[in-house]
Design a protein around this ligand. Structure first.
Ligand code: AHG
Ligand code: MN
Ligand code: MN
Length: 418
């Protein structure tokens, strides 16, 4: 087995966190590495051809009228509903995704259904409360954080199409030995807003999916250890490389919202048939909206420009006598879903005790910013576009301001002096 020193890690090695090596137990033999290498390079070429932005844009234009007319069929019980499964098949027919990627997305939807069921029964199945461990970020894990992580991981593993997974609840990215094709990279926050669980308030899951990066030179890997070190670097890709992103809201209804690069689609779980049914075709975040969603308990620790911005939203004289409304659940998925539908802005700024805020770039800020942009909105750190940030660590945090385009631009007029 190669020594650590022999591993030629690119500059993104810091992505792995404190140690450049993931858990030794995950190492794979060289033969398996070669096999994975073949499928990864093949998938990369195919996917690039299929998921070019030109094709996606053209397909979106073709698709829009039929999706909208399907939505207007409400009440027509002779019509077959557009389910997530039939929508996936359609995206495949249109050349927007390939069949391997459809399997990955389908497995994510399955994980969301299982988590929705667990969340709904948490109070009567001994799934509330703490698990007794801390995650790598020093946060006390709830039982449902741990269970949801297992559900998400197992669903992705079972597809055989996911090469690497990275989760809020895992210290290092995990190489999936079961994979045999596709090798997609999936990042996820299995349960977002879990501090709300015991009160029965909205929570969610967030995910993003990438192609294997070209920096993952598995062909050159001498052994499993080297292979792993190269491949986990795949996780640290900027959000502008995302091939899909989405979230699932577990609330009064379970809503799966995602984008594969041709707009944002929402599907509500119909408990009677156990299927996600299209309920929000071509979601667009309103261009502006007078709701702000910040944890104002941190106000005194924010920068002066953020304070000045919030003060301006509360000034009735500035807004014709009616200032902005404040709404804050404390669960990004819930707060973001409301922002998508009603407009406004969600913010988690840096503070004196946490200069980069609280939210994690890879599996919270980047997927949500991808969705915001696909819906005509914006995602910003206050200084730059979230999707343009090259991650330097798996659990890296960045400030986040996200939502209606005009609202985020107004925030940036304070933070960037525009
Ligand atoms: P998670 O439960 O996945 O750790 O995420 C919690 C996040 C996010 O959902 C929410 O917007 C934010 O934490 C709330 O933080 P505060 O309690 O500091 O407001
Ligand atoms: Mn979260
Ligand atoms: Mn979480």
């Amino acid at each position: 087995m190669a020594s650590h020193a022999a591993v030629d890690l690119p500059q993104k090695a810091a992505c792995l966190g404190a140690s450049p090596l993931p858990r030794p137990a995950r190492f794979v033999p060289r033969r398996a590495a070669r096999k994975a290498a073949c499928s990864a390079s093949g998938a990369s070429r195919t996917q690039k051809a299929a998921v070019s932005s030109g094709v996606a844009a053209k397909a979106a234009a073709t698709e829009a009228p039929s999706a909208n007319s399907a939505a207007s069929d409400q009440g027509d019980y002779s019509a077959c509903a557009t389910t997530f499964t039939t929508w996936l098949i359609k995206q495949e027919q249109l050349g927007i995704i390939d069949s391997e990627f459809a399997v990955v997305l389908s497995s994510i939807a399955l994980a969301c259904k299982q988590i929705a069921s667990l969340v709904g029964r948490a109070g009567i199945s001994n799934l509330t409360g703490l698990a007794g461990e801390e995650n790598v970020q020093g946060e006390a894990q709830k039982k449902l954080d741990v269970v949801s992580n297992t559900v998400f991981s197992n669903c992705l593993r079972s597809t055989g199409r996911t090469g690497i997974i990275a989760s809020e609840e895992e210290e290092f990215p995990v190489f999936v030995e079961e994979t045999y094709s596709g090798n997609y990279v999936v990042v996820f926050d299995p349960l977002d807003g879990s501090s709300n669980i015991d009160a029965g308030i909205s929570v969610g899951s967030i995910f993003g999916a990438y192609l294997p990066s070209e920096e993952c030179s598995m062909e050159d890997a001498e052994d499993g250890e080297t292979l792993l070190n190269n491949c986990v670097l795949n996780v640290c890709q900027p959000g502008n490389m995302l091939k899909a992103a989405g979230y699932c809201l577990y609330s009064t209804s379970t809503v799966l919202v995602l984008s594969v690069g041709n707009g944002v689609f929402g599907f509500t779980l119909d408990p009677l048939i156990g299927e996600f049914v299209m309920s929000h075709p071509y979601m667009q975040v309103p261009e502006s909206g007078k709701i702000y969603s910040f944890n104002e308990g941190n106000y005194d620790m924010w920068d002066d420009d953020v304070k000045a911005y919030i003060n301006s939203l509360k000034d009735p004289d500035k807004w014709g006598g009616k200032p902005y409304s404040s709404r804050y659940i404390g669960a990004l998925v819930g707060d973001f879903h409301r922002t998508m539908l009603y407009g406004g802005i969600y913010g988690y700024p840096g503070a004196t005790n946490a200069p980069n805020g609280k939210l994690r770039l890879l599996y919270e800020c980047a997927p949500m910013s991808f969705l915001a942009e696909q819906a005509g909105g914006m995602g910003s750190t206050g200084k730059e576009r979230v999707l343009d940030i090259d991650p330097t660590a798996v659990h890296q945090r960045v400030p986040l301001f996200i939502g209606s385009k005009k609202e985020v631009e107004y925030l940036e007029s304070f933070t960037m002096g525009k």
